[in-house]
Design a protein around this ligand. Structure first.
Ligand code: NAD
Ligand code: TYD
Length: 354
């Protein structure tokens, strides 16, 4: 089986759902269920024996050791993290704890377990670390996109903590030979994303008649990738990536924030017209910029295509349309998240184990 961390979050849950849709290898899913962990997302797996959910903190070494010795995973896919830049600006401590100390703790537990393996099992073991393009810092308009050899230059507490975790993963390969893989991906969007991030926030606020906050002048550029494509890329790297290597993953799809928000508004105008014929765009409001806001991210994803044959299947148009339709069709999930009731559901079903 495989061990997934953070599999109740946005990308981790999509990964687990896709993994068990496409195959039968069981998953042990370790997640602390912070505010970003939503166990309701995993409800379709509640009676699926291939999925074992454990509420655990990756910073807890004894708990991580117990997971390895109990489940003997052949691989780790490590998503668990604090992931929101704005939260990292207000409270960086938790980012150091989970992203740096947590990744270190998981690496130590993985290394100890891997040390007990021999022969084919030892050779086949993988530790896949899911990271971000934000570790590379900010690009100017004419700069070349980030490649795997771009120097690290993190600018926010979030990206600094992810960069630190990437360095530990690198060091564990270099020093101990642990068979690690690192992926650095651009901004994801799609089903089950927590509405603190731009795309779900815009959709949910638009439908609720609230303002759509665009930071600064909306000219910041991000590369956007549909979450299902990211999950497919991770499966590809896990299956065929070379230990010790890093792979950039992106959508070939740079957009200004204001373009993203306007496109979402236009899709909603078409799919869920507002009462009285008002245009959702009229709810856009330019607000105070994020401190240290990176101007542009862009990913050069040629290595993963050339070496492993992965390319995104969705275009921005197809992926965004699917996403808007998903949020329209899943009002109960949205309601659970916006009302906070998903937290009560967690408390009822997943009481802390200690
Ligand atoms: P998310 O915030 O939606 O989910 C994070 C999950 O980790 C949650 O379920 C949370 O409960 C869990 N978690 C947090 N602290 C934990 C701890 N100490 N122990 C165990 N579980 C813990 O994040 P996401 O958007 O799904 O991102 C997943 C990973 O992908 C992160 O490592 C992130 O840095 C990376 N990433 C995200 C994006 C993006 O656009 N969202 C892009 C590139 C890379
Ligand atoms: P976000 O979804 O927070 O992802 P990240 O900061 O990891 O790229 O933000 C995406 C972009 O959208 C980023 O440039 C900040 C901007 N943004 C807004 O303009 N308004 C918002 O309300 C949010 C949450 C983000």
């Amino acid at each position: 089986m495989i061990l997934v961390t953070g599999g109740a979050g946005f990308i981790g849950a999509n990964f687990v759902l896709d993994w068990l849709r496409d195959g039968d290898e069981p998953v042990v899913n370790a997640d602390k269920l912070t505010y970003a962990g939503n166990a309701e997302t995993l409800a379709p797996l509640s009676s699926d024996e291939r999925h074992v959910f454990v509420r655990e903190d990756i910073c807890d070494r004894a708990a991580m050791d117990a997971l390895f010795s109990t489940y003997k995973p052949r691989a780790v896919v490590h998503f668990a993290a604090e992931s929101h830049v704005d939260r990292s600006i207000h409270g960086p401590g938790e980012f150091v704890q989970t992203n740096v100390v947590g990744t270190f703790t998981l690496l130590e537990a993985a290394r100890a377990y891997w040390g007990t393996l021999s022969g084919a099992e030892r050779d086949a073991f993988r530790f896949l670390h899911v990271s971000t393009d934000e570790v590379f810092g900010s690009l100017g308009p004419a700069d070349a996109a980030f490649s795997e050899v771009t120097a690290y230059a993190p600018n926010s507490p979030y990206s600094a903590s992810k960069a630190a975790s990437d360095h530990f993963v690198r060091a564990y390969h270099h020093t101990y030979g642990l068979p690690t893989l690192t992926t650095n991906c651009s901004n994801n969007y799609g089903p089950y994303q927590f509405p603190e991030k731009l795309i779900p926030l815009t959709l949910i606020n638009a439908l609720a008649g609230k303002r759509l906050p665009v930071y600064g002048d909306g000219s910041n550029v991000r590369d956007w990738l549909y979450v299902g494509d990211h999950c497919a890329a991770i499966r590809t790297v896990l299956a065929r990536g070379t230990p010790g290597e890093t792979y950039n993953i992106g959508g070939w799809n740079e957009k200004k924030n204001i373009e993203v928000v306007r496109t979402l508004c236009a899709l909603l105008d078409e799919l869920r017209p507002a009462a009285g014929g008002a245009r959702y765009e009229s709810q856009i409001e330019f607000v105070k910029d994020r401190p240290g806001h990176d101007q542009r991210y862009a990913i050069d994803a040629t290595k993963i295509e050339r070496e492993l044959g992965w390319r995104p299947a969705e275009t921005f148009e197809t992926g965004l349309r699917k996403t808007v339709q998903w949020y329209l069709d899943h009002a109960a999930w949205v309601q659970g998240v916006t009302s906070g009731s998903y937290r009560h559901w967690i408390e009822k079903h997943y009481a802390p184990q200690s």
